[in-house]
Design a binder for this molecule. Structure first.
Ligand code: GTP
Ligand code: MG
Length: 300
């Protein structure tokens, strides 16, 4: 699946990528330089092959894409990023969108168009102006003409931004969506801190703050999963496996199902333990989810 991130220079495309898939915090992206030409990043999310094209927005590059529209071909999802902190560029952005959209159409493309009203935050910006700009943005001719799906985004709401992108990725897979929802439902009822990821460390869902940087699982836990997965593969030589680590006060359990899915369960002495049956139910459900993922990837 090709996702193209398009917008004027400095509107926040690379920051969006970096804080969702790239494991960076909003603070870390402050020093990003402008993207030279375009960058393609490939990810495997739940067995879905995603290639994210980050099209640098400086004028010379914008012109070059329009001269070589093949670069934009096969875009399944076009995310157009509009910078709410720079209303003076709205008209130019409108023109750029029209050109990019025509270029994709010329390549027989029919992308799903999503608009991000981005930098919806008051980090170095006045609140009153922000609302005004949002109102103005919504009236831009290309928005009125194409009525794209609209999202109000900010890298300072990293979790929400990641959820938006995760939704795009699984939108075409009804069964996956159901499994993710059912996982969320279980998690909301349990006291244990639980994170469900794929073996690449992509977070699918969780019920704790601070253990993920966007779609990426926290680094120490990610490394632990990788290590467990290597042991599963080479030492246990089984499709599924279970690992456990504990200190006097904390317990960490890692379940790997059918090569692909990981359930991390963290338990604290201070918190009331969940009934073992509830945890078993969740695990059973996740085992089925893993089988579904395997089926999906073998169908491709
Ligand atoms: N306040 C705020 N600043 C943001 C947000 N997203 C990005 N920025 C800042 O905007 C600046 C430019 O971000 P980039 O991601 O490099 O912009 P870009 O669209 O990739 O620019 P080009 O590569 O030149 O096309 C950085 O200093 C970011 O910190 C946001 O949601 N809110
Ligand atoms: Mg960039």
């Amino acid at each position: 699946m090709k996702i193209s991130l398009v917008g004027l220079s400095g509107c926040g495309k690379t920051s969006i990528y970096s804080t969702t898939f790239g494991g960076m915090t909003p603070l870390e992206v402050k020093d990003l330089g402008p993207t030279v030409m375009y960058e393609v990043k490939s990810h495997n999310y739940l067995g879905i092959q995603v290639s994210l094209w980050d099209f640098g927005g400086q004028e010379k590059y914008r012109e070059s894409y329009l001269e070589t529209p093949k670069l934009l071909a096969n875009t399944a999802i076009l995310i157009f990023v509009l910078d709410l902190h720079h209303p003076e560029n709205f008209n130019l952005a409108n023109e750029y969108f029209n050109n990019v959209y025509s270029a994709i159409k010329e390549q027989d493309g029919d992308p799903l168009v999503k608009i991000f009203y981005h930098k919806y935050d008051t980090e170095d910006y006045a609140e009153a102006a922000l609302e005004e700009n949002l109102k103005k943005a919504k009236q831009l001719p290309f928005i009125v003409k194409y009525s794209p799906r609209e999202y109000i985004t900010s890298i300072y709401r990293q979790e929400e931004l990641s959820d938006i992108i995760k939704q795009f990725l699984i939108a075409d897979f009804e069964e996956l969506k159901k499994s993710v929802e059912s996982a969320q439902e279980y998690l909301s009822k349990l006291n244990s801190k639980i994170i469900i990821t794929d073996v690449n460390g992509n977070v699918i869902t969780h019920n704790i703050e601070g253990f993920a940087t966007g779609i990426q699982l926290r680094e120490d836990l990610r490394e632990y999963i990788f290590a467990c997965n290597v042991l599963r593969e080479n030492f246990l030589t089984s499709e599924s496996a279970f690992f456990s680590a504990s200190s006097d006060v904390k317990k960490l359990k890692v379940h790997i199902f059918s090569y692909v899915l990981t359930v991390l369960i963290m338990m604290d002495e201070q918190e009331p333990a969940d009934p073992p049956e509830s945890i078993q139910e969740l695990l059973k459900e996740m085992e089925l989810f893993a089988e579904l993922l395997i089926e999906m990837s073998s169908e491709e």
